[in-house]
Every structure is written in structure tokens, then in C-alpha cells.
Design a protein around this ligand. Structure first.
Ligand code: PLP
Length: 473
């Protein structure tokens, strides 16, 4: 593709992008496709000869887009949001255009230094003290794996990485609540602790970890010859946004010399709002904290903010220095390849910088305040309706609820709510998902999409009630 052709096609794509962002709310939010439908329409063998870009773009519009789920639709209430925003998209375009590797300072000095500056901004925005240093990882799952690996190295004095997990030392244990994200289980397996050594700690009525149960588990493990290595506490669990009490957990970590990793993947963005900051009380006592600007801070996937108290612990775990990567600057600079698993790193700081500057901290706060206020308003409507039941507190943007018409057994209610959710989603104008809390089927509605307005939440609630009324008959 010649430069003039690139320019022409790029302009056409940008026009498409602007139209898409304007009109996405008019599209069916989920595609009407059965498994295999898209593949059937694509050739199984690659083209031998070059095709004109127009043909690619046509197929993108006619085959790919109708098979997409539109996460940036104002009717998106599913999972947690995966926001983008116009400034973030523009940042990604420039990142893709420059196409640099950010593995070392020398491989693109501005990429490393902008990441340092923007992570410093973000640290201040969420109220972490300046003893913390930030790095951008690809996902929260990776950051949690990094924390588990770092904790493993600290607990074994670096032996696990050198010799393999020591056969003669005490076996290491990890603790998290029963409500913790599946990435903790995955990380515990990958980091060599073994899933049998993950202690799933009981929770209270609000689904938050019970510190007394954690204390008992850690003491029992100690007495039985285990070495508690890491506690993963969650602020904003995935099922219900429960908040583990960080202060008493941090105290237990200090007592047992265990690493405290705080997983605030979704909710962490809310720490930029001063009046929500108390929900993160004790976060400053963690060894590491993770949250995803790609969930609730308008930054394209992938962008995970990972803050650590001691970058030296990361270096001790991840640093390697092969000859072919050495540069003249290594003693004086940060090489982010030594702060995690990947060698090659995308220039992700650019989009985050664009977002923070385009909205300002106050603009981002206003967005989160709006979402939280709408979620709480919806929670009020649910509580006021005798046929519906709020199933968990609403500290952030997630509302967990179910339909509870009188005279049904719990099992009947589970089936009824699964049918209700399917009926609401079948309209393809909004999308909600479900979970189980205390064993019961619960509908989750997250207000967190950038363009979601009050009228969208009102319409979703009307759709739920409408489906309930017709489901009764
Ligand atoms: C979404 C989520 C994760 C995983 O996030 P990824 O960035 O997709 O890996 C981890 N923990 C919690 C609490 C989450 O909500």
C-alpha cells in the first residue's frame, strides 16, 4: 500500500469509525448468529494474490461487524464494561502507526517515560501514597500472576525461581475469599503453588472476606508447617462488587510476613472520586494493587494499572539481561521488560495520557459519579418493588437483583430468573448477564458504559419488568 493509498483508506476508515461511534446505539447489541456462521462465510484458504483494500473493508462491514457484540452500546449492562473513548481510540491509532516496542528504555525512551509520568498521575488520582510505583500490564489476570510470582520469590528468598519450589522448605499457601476472581485460581496454578494450597476464605452476608476466618486459616496453616505467602484481597468482586476489609487483612499479612495483593480490577477506577475513596480504606497498606483503566476509565483494552510498593521485588523475580538486550543506559533507566512477564510491550501509556488530558480528572470523576448514582437509583426502584429483590449492596455501578413473585420455591425462582434474563436479552437492545450469589441465580446489571444515560437505565428496568409480567402468564 503506497502512502497516498494509505491516506485515502485511512480517511475512509476514520469516517466509518466516527459514524460507528455515533450510531452504535441503533445496532442490535448482540449478533444474531449461530456458532460457525461467520466462518462459513470466509474462505478456508488464504488468498494467493493481493486483494484491493476496498474488498477487505467491504467484508469487514458485511461479515465481521454483523458478527460482533457491541460493548460500547449504551444498552451494555453485562459483565463489567470494557470502555473506550474517542481520545483513547486516537491514541491507539498513533500507537499502531508508530509500532514501537517498549521493552527497554532505549527501544523508545518516550514510551517508558510517558508510562512513568502517567502512572504517577494515576497513582495520585486513586490516592495511593508516593511510595508506590506503577507499571502498565496487559490484563489484571497478568498483574495478579505477577504478584503471585513475586510473593513466591519473596517467601522463598528467591529460591523458587533459581532451584524450583524447594522440596525441603515449608509448602507455600495463598489466601483469597470464595468470591475472588478466577484469575487467582489460574495464577496459583501457574505460579507453582498448586490449587490445593489456595485457601478459599468464607465471606460475610455482604460477600466480603471474613478476617477472623482468614486469621484462623493462616494460624492453622502455620501450625501445620505451611508458609502463608500471599493474600489476594478484592475491592469490588466480579459477582457482586463485595469489598474485602483491607485494614484487618493487611494486619494479618504483616503478622505472617505475607504479600498483600489488592485486586480492584473493576472498582479501582472509582477511587478517583473523593467521596468513594473510603471504600478503599487500607489499600495503601498493600504490597501491590491492580485496576483496569480498560474497564471503567475510558481507555481501550488492554490497559491494566499495576502499582507496587517495592519495584525491587519485581526485578528480583523477572529481571534477565541477555547480551542482545543490553544497552549503555541500563544502570540509569527503568526497563519495563523487567517488571513483568512479557519482553515486548505495547505503547499503552499514550492512550491513557490522551484520556486523562481530554477528560481531566474532574471529567472522569463526573462519569463515575453518574454511573454510581444511576446504579443506586435503580437499586431504589428494585427495593420499592415487592416483586423484586436486591441481592447485594450497591457500592459501585453493579446492581444484583432477582424477580421474586410469591409462592415459588428457590429452584423455581432460579429457573424463572434465567428465563427472564433470556427474554430481556432476546430484544437485543440491551444486554445483561447473571451470576450466582449464595447458590441462587441472580441477574447482574452494571451501569458503566460511557454513553449510558438515565433513559437507558429506565428502559432496561422497564424491559425487565415487562418481561416479568409476560413471563408470569
Ligand atoms: C475483570 C476482573 C479481573 C480480570 O480482568 P482482566 O483484565 O480481563 O484479566 C480480575 N479480577 C476482578 C475482580 C475482575 O473484575
Amino acid at each position: 500500500m503506497r502512502p497516498d493509498e494509505f491516506r485515502r483508506h485511512a480517511h475512509a476508515l476514520v469516517d466509518w469509525m466516527a459514524d460507528y461511534l455515533r450510531d452504535v446505539g441503533t445496532l442490535p447489541i448482540t449478533p444474531d448468529v449461530a456458532p460457525g456462521h461467520i466462518r462459513e462465510r470466509l474462505p478456508a484458504v488464504p488468498p494467493l494474490d493481493a486483494e484491493p483494500f476496498e474488498a477487505l473493508f467491504d467484508d469487514f462491514r458485511s461479515i465481521v461487524v454483523p458478527g460482533m457484540t457491541h460493548w460500547n452500546h449504551p444498552g451494555w449492562f453485562a459483565y463489567f464494561p470494557c470502555n473506550n473513548s474517542p481520545p483513547s481510540i486516537l491514541g491507539e491509532m498513533l500507537t499502531a502507526t508508530i509500532g514501537a516496542q517498549g521493552m527497554s528504555w532505549a527501544t523508545s525512551p518516550a514510551a517508558t517515560e510517558l508510562e512513568q509520568v502517567v502512572m504517577g498521575w494515576l497513582r495520585q488520582m486513586i490516592g495511593l501514597p508516593d511510595g508506590f510505583t506503577g507499571v502498565i500490564q496487559d490484563t489484571a489476570s497478568t498483574a495478579t500472576l505477577v504478584a503471585l510470582l513475586t510473593a513466591r520469590e519473596r517467601a522463598t528468598g528467591g529460591r523458587a525461581g533459581m532451584d524450583g519450589l524447594p522440596a525441603d522448605g515449608p509448602p507455600l499457601t495463598v489466601y483469597a475469599s470464595r468470591e475472588a476472581h478466577s484469575s487467582v485460581d489460574k495464577g496459583v496454578k501457574l505460579a507453582g503453588y498448586g490449587l490445593e494450597r489456595l485457601r478459599q476464605i468464607e465471606t460475610d452476608d455482604a460477600l466480603a472476606l471474613l478476617p477472623d476466618a482468614l486469621a484462623a486459616a493462616m494460624a492453622a496453616d502455620r501450625a501445620a508447617g505451611f508458609r502463608p505467602a500471599c493474600v489476594v484481597a478484592t475491592v469490588g468482586t466480579t459477582s457482586s462488587t463485595a469489598i474485602d476489609p483491607l485494614r484487618p487483612i493487611a494486619e494479618l499479612c504483616r503478622r505472617h510476613n505475607a504479600w498483600l495483593h489488592v485486586d480492584a480490577a473493576y472498582a479501582g477506577a472509582a477511587a478517583i472520586v473523593p467521596e468513594l475513596r473510603p471504600l478503599f480504606d487500607g489499600m495503601e497498606q498493600a504490597d501491590s494493587v491492580v485496576f483496569n483503566p480498560h474497564k471503567w476509565l475510558l481507555t481501550n483494552f488492554d490497559c491494566t494499572a499495576h502499582f507496587v510498593r517495592d519495584p525491587g521485588a519485581l526485578l528480583a523475580t523477572f529481571q534477565t539481561a541477555p547480551e542482545y538486550l543490553r544497552t549503555a543506559y541500563d544502570d540509569d533507566v527503568v526497563n519495563f521488560r523487567d517488571w513483568g512477564i512479557q519482553l515486548g510491550r505495547r505503547f499503552r501509556a499514550l492512550k491513557l495520557w490522551f484520556v486523562i488530558r481530554s477528560y481531566g480528572v474532574e471529567g472522569l470523576r463526573a462519569l463515575i459519579r453518574r454511573h454510581v448514582a444511576l446504579a443506586r437509583e435503580l437499586a431504589g426502584w428494585i427495593e420499592a418493588d415487592p416483586e423484586f429483590e436486591l441481592m447485594a449492596p450497591v457500592p459501585f455501578g453493579l446492581v444484583c437483583f432477582r424477580w421474586r413473585p410469591a409462592g415459588r420455591t428457590e429452584d423455581q425462582l432460579d429457573a424463572l430468573n434465567a428465563r427472564l434474563l433470556a427474554a430481556v436479552n432476546a430484544g437485543r437492545r440491551r444486554h445483561l448477564t447473571h451470576t450466582r450469589l449464595g447458590g441462587r441465580y441472580v441477574i447482574r446489571l452494571v451501569v458503566g458504559q460511557r454513553t449510558t444515560e438515565r433513559e437507558d437505565v429506565v428502559a432496561a428496568w422497564e424491559a425487565v419488568r415487562g418481561a416479568a409480567v409476560s413471563g408470569e402468564r
